[in-house]
Design a protein around this ligand. Structure first.
Ligand code: NAP
Ligand code: F7E
Length: 339
């Protein structure tokens, strides 16, 4: 049987690494799209030992001509668009670039598929951020969207364009509305990775303490390795559809800190309120965690909580890794760096 060929954009990112590994195991030809930089940044593929198995092509969400050529010439069965300016906080500082890459970039891909490669199936990385602060207990495919960051608005623009291309042009495109998913390959700027990395630095006396913003925000956290399976399953369906992918339980950032601290060998007690709240190690009486005003966002989603019943029913997908296990996996991987 002919091997399927997939293009994964944003190949230097967290999800792209796990998805590449997953598709290689399914005997796909995997092509990775990387935007041009002074220095290629494929440490995640190296960490999984798959760098040499992936052909890298130049791919920038802002470059319409190159996107058209890549898609026209590539003859891909499937495209997974994972490329994005993915950091919510940065989107407030850089709304123009975020919108151009995350929203218009997806339209560039859709147009290239419509014009040159109508049989190619597209997976688009949508986000739970699109919901904003809603009153429903949990969020599913029917929950309305109230985005409150440039990032969320850009992702919603792309999400709605996908729906349009599906109905107007019969293009097979699926939107995965994924809730937070993290892993040892998570980017350093995201809170889970920052907590694990910096708590360990404090433990090793390389850092006096760790600074955080809103520790009362709640997130529905899962494991990236589990979530990429759902991406693939979406494109194997008979009909294109949108799916929420989530763990179905949420925790505060503070709970993440407490759990990671336990794994790293701290027993934290908390004193004070608001900006003066501190996490103190019971054994040494040292302040390990402090709050910093600059790390709060102009607008914040207080709580995310996904309901992925549709994915369970139609994709037979359920998350395998629970919160405590995820924190343990991330802490153990960080500890191994110092072995
Ligand atoms: P990530 O690690 O931040 O990776 C993003 C990738 O996009 C990087 O490879 C980055 O390349 C690339 N990129 C950025 N701007 C680009 C541009 N203009 N052109 C081409 N590539 C560009 O993200 P992730 O956590 O794996 O997430 C994958 C996708 O899912 C993203 O679209 C994200 O928005 C979305 N998502 C993530 C989560 C989550 O919790 N992880 C949840 C919902 C949705 P550089 O190395 O050059 O920066
Ligand atoms: O923040 C709070 C922060 O940056 C999580 C992206 O993958 O998931 C991710 O977006 C929470 C927020 O992820 C710090 O205010 C407190 O409430 O790890 P994060 P995110 O914004 O939830 C969604 C689904 C995506 O689509 C995105 O691409 O943690 N927080 N103190 C902090 N966050 C950071 N980064 N740094 C802090 O010091």
């Amino acid at each position: 049987m002919r091997r399927k060929k997939a293009l994964i954009t944003g190949i230097s990112g967290q999800d792209a690494a796990y998805l590449s590994n997953y598709l290689l195991k399914k005997n796909y030809i995997v092509v990775g799209g990387e935007r041009k930089k002074n220095k290629s940044n494929l440490w995640r593929l190296k960490a999984l030992g798959i760098q040499k198995k992936i052909k890298i092509v130049s791919f920038d969400l802002q470059d319409e001509k190159a996107i058209s050529k890549t898609i026209r010439d590539g003859k891909y069965n499937e495209i997974y668009n994972l490329a994005a300016q993915s950091y919510v906080d940065k989107s407030f500082e850089n709304p123009l670039y975020t919108s151009d890459a995350n929203a218009l970039g997806v339209i560039r891909i859709l147009e290239a598929i419509r014009k040159y490669s109508k049989k190619t199936k597209l997976y688009q990385a949508s986000s739970s951020e699109m919901y904003g602060n809603v009153n429903t207990k949990s969020q599913d495919e029917n929950t309305s969207f109230h985005p409150i960051s440039p990032y969320a608005i850009s992702k919603l623009h792309a999400h709605w364009m996908l729906g349009l291309y599906r109905t107007a042009y019969n293009i097979f495109c699926c939107s995965g509305i994924l809730f937070n998913h993290d892993s040892p390959l998570r980017g350093d700027e995201f809170v889970t990775k920052k907590i694990v990395r910096d708590l360990l630095r404090v433990k090793l006396n390389k850092l006096p303490c760790i600074y955080l913003g809103n520790i009362y925000a709640k997130r529905d956290w899962g494991y990236s390795l589990d979530y990429v399976e759902a991406m693939w399953k979406m494109l194997q369906q008979k009909r294109a559809n949108d799916f929420v992918i989530s763990s179905g339980i949420n925790y505060t950032v503070k709970s993440f800190v407490n759990e990671a601290a336990k794994n790293i060998g701290f027993d934290l007690k908390w004193i004070g309120k608001n900006l003066l709240e501190k996490g103190i190690d019971r054994a040494s009486n040292k302040v390990i965690v402090r709050i910093k005003k600059d790390l709060f966002r102009p607008l914040e989603i207080n709580s995310t909580f996904g309901n992925s019943a549709k994915a369970k029913k139609l994709l037979k997908w359920t998350p395998k890794t629970k919160f405590k296990k995820l924190v343990k996996i991330m802490c153990e991987a960080e500890l191994r760096k110092y072995d």
